[in-house]
Design a binder for this molecule. Sequence first.
Ligand SMILES: Nc1ncnc2c1ncn2[C@@H]1O[C@H](COP(=O)(O)OP(=O)(O)OP(=O)(O)O)[C@@H](O)[C@H]1O
Ligand SMILES: [Mg+2]
Length: 249
Amino acid sequence: MSVWTVANQKGGVGKTTTAVTLAGIAAERGLPVLLIDLDPHASATHYLRAADDDGAQALLRGETPVPVRCSVPGIHVLGAGAGLAAIERQHGANGMGRRLSQGLAALRERFDPIIIDTPPMLGTLLINALAAADALVVPVQTDPLALHGLEGLMRTVEMMRKAGAQVPEPVMLPTLMDRRVRISHETLDQLKSRWGAAVFDGGVVPMDTRIREAARDGRTLNSAAPYRHATSTYEALFERLYQPTPEAA
Ligand SMILES: Nc1ncnc2c1ncn2[C@@H]1O[C@H](COP(=O)(O)OP(=O)(O)OP(=O)(O)O)[C@@H](O)[C@H]1O
Ligand SMILES: [Mg+2]
């Protein structure tokens, strides 16, 4: 029974791709997977052609929404809709950070893993997603500016821990790696020397146009392009994160 939060305060680093692909791998293995789209831009919701009926918002309001089906058989979704952005404004108050974690209690009985996609900015939605996490996946684009953005997320994690939250150690996943470009390799080296063991050691996600094509078609990478390097890295990441319950093992 595990909640995996995919987060980085920098935009365009592969958060949604990572969340959706991990969900696709879980579904392929017949696991009862739930994807929660906590980004008001609703990228994961649109990617998976799920109803934008604000299931994620309902959860944060303390209701018990019913997850919906989507374009990928086996993935259940609580989608983002127009109301999710309002949560950020309405619930800025203290005490709101645990709302998602509390709302997930019942869903944890039915779904494993539960994967949360998050917005690229610090706010209530991201704080809730971090506070609810059993595992924290941080996609990091292998680009010098992305390293700077990563520091922002790690400061947030530190701040939450000082306030008493139990945020797990991050698993940093290098993404959008262009192997032909020296700066990509240099950035990967810098990432490893700065963050050491926090950097995923099971591979990097290369640039791959099949990722955009899969998103266009509402398919997950593992089903649309099973033999790609990117797919095998995501499969290795899945293996690292997934811990079957004793009954499921
Ligand atoms: N490894 C990759 N190779 C090629 N394109 C990729 C790769 N990973 C992601 N993309 C593409 O890059 C864009 C940004 O990816 P994605 O939406 O996953 O990032 P994000 O971090 O969720 O962005 P945002 O912060 O806007 O939510 C998308 O068009 C996606 O299809
Ligand atoms: Mg996204």
